[in-house]
Design a protein around this ligand. Structure first.
Ligand SMILES: [Zn+2]
Ligand SMILES: [Zn+2]
Length: 168
């Protein structure tokens, strides 16, 4: 195991700080543009800055989304959290639909939704069970994934983790 702090891995906070700088830069570009438009003489020079501010805004959005993905990746490698590489509804299991970077539970009584691609990211819910499949592979699963496995994986052995095993 390498120590993330020593291997040079950035933190989500670093990425969010960069995003804040991009947002501030966008604000300064908008400000300069408004001042250029304040006089007839300099107004024609301002035309590129709509695009420039938009590109900086896109950069900020990409940094923010990267920070969110990284945060979920870091959560997912915690051994007390579910190993499954796709998301579920924590209550209903395999009921998610996703589109356009969002995901939602299709159970009509649920109403949960997420503003990221929860289906396409590691689960990261607290692990409550160990599942051993028919080939002998094991994984830790959350309540939602345990329910899904129980419904769909023939021959799986499902064992509840003892409640004191994961507590530090
Ligand atoms: Zn649900
Ligand atoms: Zn899970």
């Amino acid at each position: 195991m390498t120590d993330p702090a020593k291997s040079g891995e950035p933190t989500p906070a670093e990425l969010r700080a960069l995003m804040a700088e991009a947002t501030a830069l966008q604000g300064r570009i908008n400000d300069v543009q408004a001042r250029l438009r304040g006089s007839e003489e300099t107004r024609p020079t301002a035309f590129r800055l709509d695009d420039a501010a938009g590109w900086v805004a896109q950069a900020g959005q990409a940094l923010g989304e990267t920070a969110s993905d990284l945060a979920r990746t870091r959560v997912a490698r915690d051994p007390n959290l579910c190993d499954v590489p796709w998301g579920v509804c924590p209550v209903h299991g395999n009921t998610l639909r996703g589109s356009g970077g969002r995901a939602w539970c299709t159970d009509l009584t649920c109403g949960k939704s997420w503003d990221y691609d929860r289906l396409g990211n590691a689960c990261g819910e607290p692990a409550t069970h160990t599942v051993t499949d028919a080939e002998g592979g094991t994984m830790r699963t959350c309540d939602g994934h345990t329910k899904d496995v129980a419904n769909h994986l023939d021959g799986a052995i499902i064992t509840a983790l003892s409640s004191d095993a994961g507590d530090a």
